[in-house]
Design a protein around this ligand. Structure first.
Ligand code: IP8
Length: 258
């Protein structure tokens, strides 16, 4: 049973950056979403992706989601690029009167494992008017190993521990399409439907797997009984609709039992 309201929202890299231009934030999209979030008065936690910041830098240093002894200078550069993007987003939110609080995932995870007490603290902050803003990042996996922890995987970690009442993935498309030829938008899908969705190949500039990764994580979250909403974040009203339970254009991955 969901006892309280909490919205968990992923802002995809394709929304907050221009994926085809290195280190280019989409300032207008970030500002539009910030304004929408300022109007929606509900406790929330934001996760953002890497887009042309983290992915661009990770490619240069050949860093992936597989834990390995990557070039530690690359680790610094990738992490710094994500901090820079987080600052752009946090500052945009401050300008519209929100109370964002940037949090690297390493503050509440060890590798990919959540630290329960720290996550509970993030949750408490969200319930008391702060807006935690975390992000996909490069994280330490022990000894000399590091790994890219995608914001999509973080969504699953956060959803499983905090059981939000709304889980929203905002990307640059309207939702999940049946296939890329017909571009028929699937308004509702169930756990059993996963095999029938045809994905396009992720862009080369995406080290964590593009839309397919999002859908995989959405299904994982749905298998824990939570509905997951996939919306177009470049039409920011849809994020507000998703939070308010009035979404008209998007895909709902229905929560159910595995
Ligand atoms: O865009 C990736 O996060 P994502 C973060 O959510 C890095 O997959 C550092 C590439």
């Amino acid at each position: 049973m969901l006892l309280h309201k909490l919205a968990l929202i992923k802002l995809g890299g394709s929304v907050v950056t221009f994926k085809d231009k290195p280190l280019a934030a989409n300032a207008a999209a970030i500002e539009n979403i910030s304004r929408i979030l300022a109007q929606v008065d509900v406790p929330a936690i934001i996760v953002h992706g890497g887009g042309s910041f983290g992915h661009y830098r990770s490619m240069k240093y050949e860093m992936h989601t597989k834990p390995a002894a990557y070039d530690v200078h690359g680790v610094s550069v990738v992490h710094e690029s994500m901090i820079a993007l987080n600052q752009i987003i946090v500052n945009s939110m401050i300008r519209v009167g929100l109370n964002p609080y940037g949090i690297p995932p390493s503050l509440f995870t060890t590798g990919r494992k959540p630290i329960a007490a720290k996550l509970e603290q993030v949750h408490t902050m969200a319930r008391s008017k702060a807006l935690p803003v975390t992000f996909g990042d490069v994280v330490h996996m022990g000894a000399k190993k590091y790994s890219i922890l995608s914001g999509d995987a973080l969504m699953t970690i956060l959803a499983k521990m905090l059981r939000p009442s709304r889980v929203v993935f905002a990307t640059n498309v309207d939702g999940i399409f049946k296939d890329m030829e017909s571009k028929e938008l699937l308004t509702e899908i169930r756990l059993g439907d996963k095999k029938s969705i045809a994905f396009s190949k992720p862009l080369d500039a995406d080290v964590t797997g593009g839309m397919q990764r999002k859908v995989t994580e959405a299904f994982k979250i749905a298998s824990h009984g939570m509905d997951v909403l996939m919306v177009n974040g470049l039409v920011p009203e849809r994020i507000a609709e998703a939070i308010g339970g009035t979404l008209r254009t998007g895909t709902v991955v229905k929560g159910g039992k595995r």
